[in-house]
Every structure is written in C-alpha cells, then in structure tokens.
Design a protein around this ligand. Structure first.
Ligand SMILES: [Zn+2]
Length: 198
C-alpha cells in the first residue's frame, strides 16, 4: 500500500539519528510536495556530500581529492596544541569561537556505556603515533568533551593514555553547564570555558 519509492526512502532515511520510520515517512511525503527545483537542489546537496571523505589526520571531513582537511593543511595553525572533540559539530563550534589556533582530533560520538569503540581507540592510537614521530611533546592537549558522566569518564581515560605525550593536559573550565553540550553552547560561554581550562 505504501508506494515503493516512499518505502525505499523510509528504509534509507530511518537509519539517520533521531529519525524513525514514522518521521522518515513524513519527510518523504513532505519532499514529494516540494517543487521540482527545490527537490533537485536537495538531490545535488546530497550528491556533493557523497564526495566528502574523512581526513586521515584529525578525522574531520575533507574533499575526496585533498590530502587532508582544511584545518590540517593550514600551516598557520600550530601542531603543538591539540583539542580532542567528540563530534564534527563540536569542532565547528570551536572554530566559530575563533580563539583556538591549534589542531584537532575528532573522536566520534561517544557510546552511552562510556566505553570507546575500537575505531575510536584507533584514532587515539593514530594521534599517539603522530606525536611520537614528531619527537616533541604536545605543549597542551585540551580534552574538550561534553561535561557529563560519559565525557568525564572518557576524558580521564584519555588523560591517562596521553600523560607522557603532552606537557600539559587540560579540560574546559566549567562554563558549560554540567550535563550540557559544547555543540549548543553560545560563543561567549564556550570562550569563557576555553579561557578557564585547567
Ligand atoms: Zn584534518
């Protein structure tokens, strides 16, 4: 009874975060109501997303044909300070703040149980090797995870893992409310938490 095109859309899009089959269905019918030009614009946007790849250094996104992402290839940024963030959108929030001129490592979404996935451990391992190859310790490693129990638990783990690889390991100051999320912090709050890192 559900047209095949709609069914196919639902099974593809209900895999997205916070999108169940019901929401995907609603979205499908909404999209069919749009004019052709708008639908084509959406199609193109999806298609261009398909040409993005993951940066092998920081694991942010990069253009498929680029060696690294725009941040890793920016030579004006220092390698001596590095912030570990959970999500790409956290990185963007930091960038928007504008005060940070170091590099990043995007860890990937933390699981509810607070145990790192093998892929996340590999990312940390990759960072360790990068630092070791440089023959110089990081001046500062900023563990910029959300101030909730999973973020704190993971930050403790990372701090132990990197204690011999950084001169200083810091976390964001308490400006972001406990249990809050970096992604939703306003610039001033994040800047304050960044300045008061310890
Ligand atoms: Zn990168």
């Amino acid at each position: 009874m559900i047209p095949e095109a709609i069914q196919r859309f639902i099974s593809a899009f209900s895999r997205l975060p916070s999108m169940g089959p019901r929401q995907a269905g609603r979205l499908a019918f909404f999209l069919t109501s749009l004019d052709k030009a708008t639908r084509e614009e959406l199609e193109r946007a999806l298609h261009v997303l398909g040409t993005m790849d993951r940066c092998g250094e920081c694991f942010f996104v990069k253009q498929q044909d680029a060696a690294a992402c725009s941040i890793c290839s920016d030579r004006t940024r220092t390698e001596a300070v590095l912030a570990i963030v959970e999500k790409e959108t956290d990185l963007l929030t930091f960038e928007k703040m504008g005060a940070f001129r170091g590099k990043y490592l995007v860890l990937g979404k933390l699981a509810e149980r607070g145990i790192l996935e093998p892929a996340q451990k590999l990312r940390l391992e990759h960072l360790k090797q990068t630092i070791r190859k440089r023959d110089a310790l990081l001046e500062e490693l900023i563990i910029a995870l959300n101030p909730n129990s999973i973020g704190d638990f993971t930050a403790d783990f990372i701090a132990r893992e990197f204690k011999d690889l950084a001169k200083k390991i810091t976390r964001l100051g308490r400006g972001i409310p406990t249990g809050g999320e970096i992604e939703f912090a306003d610039d001033a709050t994040l800047a304050h938490a960044f300045e008061r890192r310890s």
